[in-house]
Ligand binder design. Structure first.
Ligand code: MN
Length: 253
């Protein structure tokens, strides 16, 4: 089994190395990761500048691009074969609820799923961690990878895994939760008196909804959320179909 490992924290991230070390017992590892931190680049694709790839070892490349670039370059170029599985992570910090929209870690797994490769994104709740914490999260990942490699995933599905800090209490199958957005823009002044801004300074808060990824991690469970790329809101159809007394749309699904 060929396992492609990537991330958005960059090729030097200890989370990536923890995956490499643990998953090599399950198959051959290929690493294709951004040459620097690319967190929160979401699904960006580099189209207007060349992509450089530095070969660091056999089947290991640092890419001057985004996580999505890495998956494309791996599958269509540098690996010369399609991987059997993609694992993205272990991300420094959770990827829960609406935050997954911004995540490069999740985007890499999504790109894999779009190419028909089973894919898992893994994030660790804490921002500061030691080797034990990472080793535990890598073991959790290995357990999930074993299941995916045996049974595959439903078509178009990829997994967003979040591992709580400390010893976990088991696995929960979860839904994507909902973020509450506090005051996120922080305004400061530079030494010359001009204003500048920081995004994301307000911290993160989530609505406490049972069955969500956030709820599971907060209670010490490993959260596994199956995702797909279809963003259609089926529940909105009845409301929109009432436009113009039900005559606005020529055809309804
Ligand atoms: Mn990251």
């Amino acid at each position: 089994m060929l396992i492609l490992v990537t991330n958005d924290d960059g090729i030097r991230s200890p989370g990536l190395r923890a995956l490499q070390q643990t998953l090599q017992e399950l198959g051959t590892i290929a690493i294709m990761a951004p040459d620097r931190e690319r967190s929160a680049v979401s699904h960006a694709l580099t189209l207007h500048s060349p992509l450089r790839a530095e070969r660091l070892a056999e089947r290991e490349f640092a890419i001057e691009g985004t996580p999505t670039d890495c998956i494309n370059l791996a599958i269509h170029g540098l690996l010369k074969q399609t991987p059997d599985l993609i694992v993205s992570g272990i991300n420094r910090g959770a990827n829960l609820g609406d935050d997954i929209i911004y995540s490069g870690t999740v985007a890499a797994a999504m790109e894999g799923a779009m190419m028909g490769v089973p894919a898992v994104a893994v994030s660790l709740e804490c921002l500061e961690f030691d080797g034990d914490e990472l080793a535990r999260a890598a073991e959790v990942t290995a357990g999930i990878v074993r299941h995916v490699s045996r049974g595959g995933l439903p078509h178009g599905t990829f997994l967003n895994v979040n591992v709580p800090k400390g010893h976990h209490r088991g696995h929960r199958l979860t839904r994507q939760g909902r973020r509450r957005y506090p005051d996120q823009v922080v305004e400061k002044r530079d030494p010359r008196g001009r204003a500048y801004y920081w995004l994301g300074g307000g911290g993160s808060e989530f609505e406490s909804l049972p069955g969500t990824d956030f709820d599971a991690v907060r209670q010490g469970y490993v959260s596994i959320t199956p995702l797909h790329t279809d963003l259609t809101n089926d529940k909105s159809f009845p409301t929109l179909q009432r436009w113009g007394g039900g005559n606005f749309f020529v055809e309804s699904l």
